[in-house]
Design a protein around this ligand. Structure first.
Ligand code: 4AD
Ligand code: MG
Length: 465
């Protein structure tokens, strides 16, 4: 007999052609029953729902049935029939079961349901098999796909910027060094410092904190580009919103001013949230039921709401007049903390806020200086439950102004000559922003800790899996 091809559970549950023989493969979620009949809930990760396998006594060898416990992996062949069980259209009457892999009930960590998210972080190698992580990972995939689709449909080119960088000028955060030197016995210069000229690249290199600077080079040739890759920050921030390795999406657009930049950011975020509502509703309903009953309502709210746009100065005014005692007191010139951002979004406006025109001292060197000489054309998009989800700006395209700023900040120009040359040869007004992918996934899933929206989180003292 020809080998029957596996059908995914997501397809089986849509199947209208009943009474045909099918093969399904997956992992056992539960097994229950009596001496006459056994019910096995099987999940293959293609969808949040399980398919029910019904085993009537005598149809399958007792010895095989004994090997089947929660967590075991099975290949089941049987007849697809209509199910009379509540909430399921079809089930499989098993004719043949092959046990690919057993899971000892004494030691399988997911034997019982209802583990805390903290415990699941300690078994990151197995947590994708839970409903929660299945849902999060499918949504994460859908969002990655939607990001590429959005940009492709809008005429942007995907630019691959380097992971290893020889410039540490962006200043977005502390960096991880990349080296092949023998750390126990590195080559030294005459004055005793490590001689990176002997290192792999002939200079000191690090993992990138952002693809932006190279992204700008692309935009000043292809007009509209985006990057989507991993970025690394060696900061010791143990918060529910920070990772040491996270993914960032950075569009960069020639001929866009800050208003065009804000329009794009708002349209992009609404598209992504709407895409999740249209394509991930089963998973969203699960998360809405189990974790946050306002999730779907909040997502719909974003799609329908016009984001508030206001300047940093106006924002600080509102915070100072609020009468709220913040942990970090607010005054003009201070960097805004998550508590300030969230007050504006969640308490004051109850809408996403795009804050612009920050003091130049608290923003990066490349942001375009306003005519007041004090503020720069920065824009941060602030979201409910998240705080900053996007950071971006119009870029300084004037060679003299940019050079002066680099000098003021003591950024070594030997690392920056290539960046400055774009302002020397055919410079153009341009803008861009960075969306933190995991912050987006936090928002879309309603999860509260960024460690729970990436398969293998990298945080201080944590790189086990
Ligand atoms: O605001 P940031 O640091 O901006 C940049 O890196 C610019 N080069 C972006 C650009 O204009 N092209 O980071 C951008 C976004 C933040 O708004 C936040 O969503 C996310 O990246 N982010 C982090 N996400 C997780 N863990 C961290 N440690 C993050 N740091 C920033
Ligand atoms: Mg930022």
């Amino acid at each position: 007999m020809e080998k029957l091809k596996r059908t995914k559970i997501s397809d089986l549950l849509k199947e209208t052609d009943k009474d045909k023989v099918v093969n399904v493969k997956g992992w056992v979620r539960t097994k229950r029953g009596n001496k006459n009949v056994t019910f096995i809930a099987l999940n293959d990760g293609s969808i949040i729902h399980n398919i029910q396998i019904v085993v009537e006594a005598g149809n399958i060898d007792e010895q095989i049935l004994k090997l089947i416990n929660t967590g075991a992996c099975l290949s089941v062949t049987g007849t697809l029939v209509e199910s009379f069980g509540k909430g399921q259209g079809v089930e499989i009457q098993a004719k043949e079961i092959e046990v690919y892999g057993q899971a000892d009930p004494e030691t399988y960590p997911l034997q019982k349901k209802g583990h805390t998210l903290e415990f699941l972080r300690e078994i990151a190698h197995l947590r994708p098999r839970t409903n929660t992580f299945g849902a999060v990972l499918r949504i994460r995939h859908a969002m990655a796909y939607a990001i590429h689709k959005y940009f492709n449909d809008n005429g942007f080119y995907y630019l691959h910027t380097p992971i290893i960088t020889g410039s540490d000028a962006e200043g977005a955060g502390a960096m991880f060094r990349v080296t092949t030197l023998d750390m126990d016995n590195p080559p030294r210069t005459e004055n005793g410092q490590i001689n990176y000229e002997e290192d792999f690249f002939g200079k000191s290199t690090n993992l990138t904190v952002s693809g932006q600077l190279e992204g700008e080079l692309g935009a000043l040739a292809l007009s509209l580009i985006y990057t989507f890759g991993p970025t690394f920050r060696a900061e010791n921030s143990n918060t529910p919103r920070h990772l040491a390795e996270f993914w960032m999406i950075e569009p960069e657009m020639a001929f866009y001013d800050i208003t065009d930049n804000m329009d794009l950011a708002e349209d992009f975020l609404k598209y992504l949230v709407n895409y999740a509502l249209d394509n991930c509703i089963d998973d969203l309903q699960f998360l809405n039921k189990m974790y946050d009953t306002t999730l779907i309502e909040r997502l719909k709210g974003i799609v329908e709401t016009k984001f508030v746009r206001l300047s940093y100065t106006e924002g600080v005014d509102i915070l100072m007049k609020s009468g709220v005692k913040f942990e970090y007191p607010v005054k003009w010139g201070c960097d805004l903390q998550a508590e300030h951002e969230r007050y504006l979004v969640e308490k004051h406006f109850k809408k996403p806020v795009i804050l612009t025109d920050y003091p130049k001292e608290i923003k990066a060197f490349y942001m375009k200086l306003n005519d007041d000489g004090k503020t720069v054309r920065a824009m941060d998009v602030l979201f409910p439950n998240i705080g900053e989800i996007i950071g971006g700006s119009q870029r300084e395209e004037n060679f003299e102004t940019l050079s002066k700023r680099i000098e003021e900040l003591n950024i070594p120009t030997k690392d920056m000559w290539w960046y400055l040359e774009t302002r020397k040869f055919g410079t153009a007004p341009h803008s861009g922003f960075g969306l933190g992918f995991e912050r987006l996934i936090l928002f879309v899933t309603g999860m509260l800790n960024i460690r729970d929206v990436i398969p293998f989180p990298r945080t201080p003292k944590n790189a086990e899996f």
